[in-house]
Design a protein around this ligand. Structure first.
Ligand SMILES: *Cc1c(COP(=O)(O)O)cnc(C)c1O
Length: 423
């Protein structure tokens, strides 16, 4: 262990980490809900390794399908060429999405899926000659770390060094019955200048697992539809079962124009991003004029092995056993959410589908707030559970293979922490 920690420190720079003060544990193996460190100690991965894992680590079925694809066709340029895994994946995915989604554009992560969505809307407006340049987004949103995605995300300490380089965005609050009319008024006032509206449906993940109601979002979407504002629904986090339905879209009465996917898309085995769109958006680029093509592409666009992993993950996701397992996890999370009401330190307990979150009560002004995240993480890790609070927001996001016993073990560790006077 120590050897790998030292060698890592000598050469690697980790994401979202102050390298002077952070630690990085060498992990050698994963299996089901567990990851194992260099000493053989297992940790229940209850955050799905940054929200990507769906069916557990090192799933043998996905491994087999990826291995087969690696031995058949590992990569081919996707401009001028195509391949079966990309065709079949697009066909199967579109069949599961809202009926108006007709075309699939491939990239390699969530941020680039968002960049493509934004570029589709902005270039479409440019080609129609109306040059709409305003983008609407929710406060507390998160859409990624590239410049466009950063621009439409909540501004904070992470974005402040780049503040001058980010484009203008009109921020509105995530919908509540009280603020809906005010938000619709903002949309109406600026409708002529708005290129698109981008939002995380139902759950704002990185912003602190904030949940809004499907009814309220549907009202806002209906207003966008009437005002002719294209909607980008970012399902990078919530897609593939997290909210209890296959997609958040399944709980909404209106359909978006564009959708973004990544994270769970490959079952969490490989990086890939997808942006889907309506026929109308696709048609505004469809022309004899080459300059009207969508100007975007990545070296690994539609990676055959990532497509194969996605197809395998989809096979597993659609199994009746997996659907039943998701339902079991949803029920278990709901039950634990009720139990948490007995603990005053657990504030704003909230749950949607397989996602459960609460705010850890912190007294202001004693410096405790700043390190509560680290204290809690360490407390949970010492007890063999990987939970990584977002600031003081504790959340549990189990993989769909999590057993009732594994969930129970997680809940007990959380209760143990809540019962402590100090961590
Ligand atoms: C994580 C996330 C992204 C960015 O995805 P990356 O693959 O990390 O670039 C975009 N949107 C949402 C809602 C996310 O949760």
């Amino acid at each position: 262990m120590q050897q790998w920690i030292a060698r890592d420190k000598a050469v690697n720079w980790h994401p979202y980490s102050q390298m002077k003060t952070s630690n990085h544990i060498p992990i050698v193996r994963g299996e089901g809900s567990y990851i194992f460190d260099g000493n053989g100690k297992g940790y229940l991965d209850m955050i799905c390794s940054w929200w990507v894992t769906l069916h557990g680590h090192a799933h043998p079925y996905i491994a087999t399908k990826v291995f087969e694809q690696l031995n058949t066709l590992e990569q081919v340029i996707f401009a001028g060429f195509t391949h079966e895994p990309a065709v079949v994946l697009s066909e199967r995915l579109l069949a599961l999405l809202p009926a108006n989604q007709e075309k699939v554009f491939y990239t390699d992560n969530g941020s680039t899926a968002v960049e493509v969505a934004l570029k589709m809307c902005i270039q479409q407006s440019y080609q129609r000659g109306n040059r709409k340049s305003k983008i609407v987004a929710f406060r507390n949103g998160y859409h990624g770390d590239t410049f466009g995605a950063m621009s439409v995300s909540a501004r904070g300490q992470w974005t402040s060094p780049f503040a001058d380089m980010l484009f203008d965005v009109l921020f509105i609050d995530a919908p509540t019955p009280e603020n809906l009319q005010a938000s619709i008024a903002v949309l109406r006032d600026h409708a002529d200048e708005i290129a698109c509206f981008i939002y995380e449906p139902l759950v704002q993940g990185a912003g602190g697992m904030l949940i809004h109601r499907a009814e309220d979002l549907s009202v806002l979407m209906r207003a966008c539809r009437q005002l002719g504002i294209p909607m980008i629904q970012d399902e990078v986090f919530v897609g593939f079962g997290r909210t209890g339905t296959l997609f958040a879209a399944d709980q909404l009465t209106e359909m978006p124009d564009i959708m973004c996917f990544s994270k769970g898309l490959t079952g969490g085995t490989m990086p890939m991003g997808i942006t889907t769109c309506t026929e109308a958006i696709y048609q505004s680029f469809y022309d004899d004029d080459k300059r009207k093509a969508l100007f975007h592409g990545h070296s690994f666009t539609a990676s055959p092995i990532a497509c194969a992993a996605s197809l395998a993950s989809l096979d597993l996701l659609l199994l009746p056993e997996t659907r039943a397992s998701i339902k079991r996890i949803v029920d278990s999370q709901a039950q634990f959410a009720r139990k948490l009401q007995d603990y005053p330190k657990a504030k704003h307990v909230r749950q949607l589908g397989t996602i459960l979150a609460f705010d850890w009560a912190v007294e202001d002004g004693n410096g405790y707030f700043s390190d509560i995240q680290q204290r809690l993480s360490m407390f949970f890790m010492e007890r063999g559970v990987l939970l990584r609070p977002l600031g003081n927001v504790v959340y549990i996001l189990p993989p769909y293979c999590a057993t009732t016993e594994q969930l129970q073990e997680t809940y007990e560790v959380v209760i143990e922490a809540l019962k402590r006077d100090r961590l």
